[in-house]
Design a protein around this ligand. Structure first.
Ligand SMILES: [Zn+2]
Ligand SMILES: [Zn+2]
Length: 271
């Protein structure tokens, strides 16, 4: 009885539709999944319907891009009311910022002679939360680059010519937004963002949980963040961060969270 609580679809930078994702969850015999697309909850209703048909428990969620002390931190939202007006209004601002960022990246590419238009990226992305992976895919599709890695290395990474920083809300604001929508706020993949020193401040801002288990966390990270969870009395979560085929291979099924942890989340969400 296992769950995967960190999954992306085409509604952000994953490649699966919600239905394809749920079919994969079924294939891997998962009992519960959460959808956590970046700065959006648009895929949740379709994923919920597909899960209901497949007999899989569905947890509505999102992954909010935020920062604290100039350190990027992703805050996962679970059990949020996906119709909450304040939540939807606030994330819509982030979707607009993401679209503007694509325009800026394309302008920078154009300035160095790469003829990629923002509209091409939007057409390819066909979602409200486009990001750098979509620009990379458009560069490959337009034969400007051989591969996604080359696109990032030559143009899109930090300090490369088409890099544009992300617009982020403060972590405290993200947590507040999630709470007022009835959800739980969980710090995503702490080892990836080197966020250890800011954990106490984020906990003070009302953090509910920490993603101990993640594809890119080795055994050392698992132990380390399990200790943080105990020390700060945080819920323990985990997920594969599957983006479908966009990162080479689908990761769903590689991280399996025991359902006991999900039960603890449900108990806290009810309060
Ligand atoms: Zn993330
Ligand atoms: Zn993610």
């Amino acid at each position: 009885m296992f769950a995967d609580l960190h999954l992306h679809t085409k509604f952000s930078d994953g490649t699966y539709t919600p239905e394809e994702l749920v079919a994969q969850a079924q294939f891997h015999k998962l009992s519960a999944i959460a959808l956590t697309d970046h700065d959006t909850v648009e895929g949740c209703s379709r994923a919920a319907a597909a899960c209901a048909a497949a007999g899989i428990e569905f947890i509505p969620g999102s992954e909010l891009t935020s920062e604290h002390d100039d350190i990027e931190v992703h805050i996962l939202a679970y059990f949020v009311d996906t119709t909450n007006a304040a939540f939807l209004t606030e994330i819509a601002k982030f979707q607009t910022a993401r679209q503007n960022r694509i325009r800026e990246m394309c302008a920078k590419l154009n300035a160095i002679g790469i003829g990629l238009q923002a509209e091409e990226v939007f057409t390819l992305a066909s979602c409200h939360s486009p990001g750098r992976p979509h620009v990379a895919r458009a560069l490959v599709a337009g034969k400007h680059c051989r591969s996604l890695d080359v696109a990032f290395d030559r143009f899109l990474k930090k300090d490369r010519p088409a890099y544009v920083p992300k617009f982020k809300m403060s972590a405290a604001h993200a947590i507040e937004l999630i709470h007022q929508a009835g959800g739980l706020a969980v710090m995503a993949h702490p080892a990836l963002n080197h966020t250890d020193e800011i954990i106490p401040a984020i906990v003070a801002a009302g953090l509910d949980g920490i993603e101990v288990f993640h594809t890119k966390h080795g055994p050392n990270a698992n132990h380390r963040y399990m200790d943080f969870a105990k020390k700060f009395n945080l819920l323990v979560t985990g997920g594969s961060d599957c983006h479908g085929m966009s990162k080479g291979r689908p990761l769903i099924g590689t991280v399996k969270l025991h359902l006991d942890y999900v039960e603890k989340m449900k108990a806290k969400a009810k309060k």
